[in-house]
Design a protein around this ligand. Structure first.
Ligand code: SF4
Ligand code: SF4
Ligand code: FES
Length: 199
């Protein structure tokens, strides 16, 4: 099938998510709660694109292409929406990067820098929480203050991790009995320093 992307025709299979088709064709679409080959549920809205046919903004990691779509990946409007999505995550982030050991691998920080996102776009930031982390398994640790509730660990830990509560109060919990069953590879998947490896 054919879709139009930024004014140019693109042949797509229709069997892969829009973000995958776009990236394969060389379009740069950012993401946070999506990772190739991992289970996920669209939640962060960092991957938004616009369907110019009806003006709808779409999370490209959660939709499949359909015939006749006219996708905008790079207008100021689209980039501003993505920036706002990152700023919303930053506004709830209870840690600051200065002194954070996870800077080198942190996708949230990388996106914030790339997009020139403001940490305080939505008003005063939450206070920085003291560094408190819990041991999960092997070298894997969890620091809740750095979690942005993207869900990647929840959907890829074979029921080891769960979400507790809803909305702004939602948080990841790791039941004691599950701790031995999750893999250290979750640290790679986590887009912040919330899950990290330590000797
Ligand atoms: S986890 Fe990332 S965004 Fe959060 S303080 Fe560390 S480097 Fe900064
Ligand atoms: S711990 Fe990491 S992977 Fe899990 S929900 Fe939080 S930010 Fe996402
Ligand atoms: S990357 Fe698509 S909604 Fe998060």
């Amino acid at each position: 099938m054919k879709i139009i992307v930024n004014g140019k025709e693109l042949e797509v299979s229709g069997r892969r998510r829009l973000i995958e088709e776009l990236r394969e064709a060389g379009y740069d679409v950012p993401s946070l709660c999506y990772a190739p080959d991992a289970k996920h549920e669209p939640s962060c809205m960092v991957c938004m694109v616009k369907n110019e046919v009806n003006g709808e903004m779409l999370p490209s990691c959660g939709v499949y292409p359909s015939e006749g779509m006219r996708i905008d990946t790079d207008s100021e409007e689209v980039r501003e929406l993505r920036r706002m999505a990152v700023e919303l995550l930053l506004s709830e982030h209870k840690a600051r990067c200065g002194g954070c050991e996870s800077k080198a691998k942190c996708r949230l920080r990388e996106l914030a820098l790339q997009m020139k996102a403001k940490w305080n776009r939505f008003g005063a930031l939450p206070p920085v929480e003291p560094v408190v982390y819990e041991h999960v398994t092997g070298r894997l640790y969890f620091e809740p203050a750095k979690c942005v509730r993207c869900g990647l660990c929840v959907y890829n830990s074979q029921d080891g991790f769960t979400f507790q509560r809803r909305g702004f109060n939602m948080q990841v919990v790791i039941p004691e009995e599950s701790k031995g069953h999750v893999g250290e590879n979750l640290a790679e998947l986590c887009p912040t320093g919330a899950l990290f490896l330590k000797e």
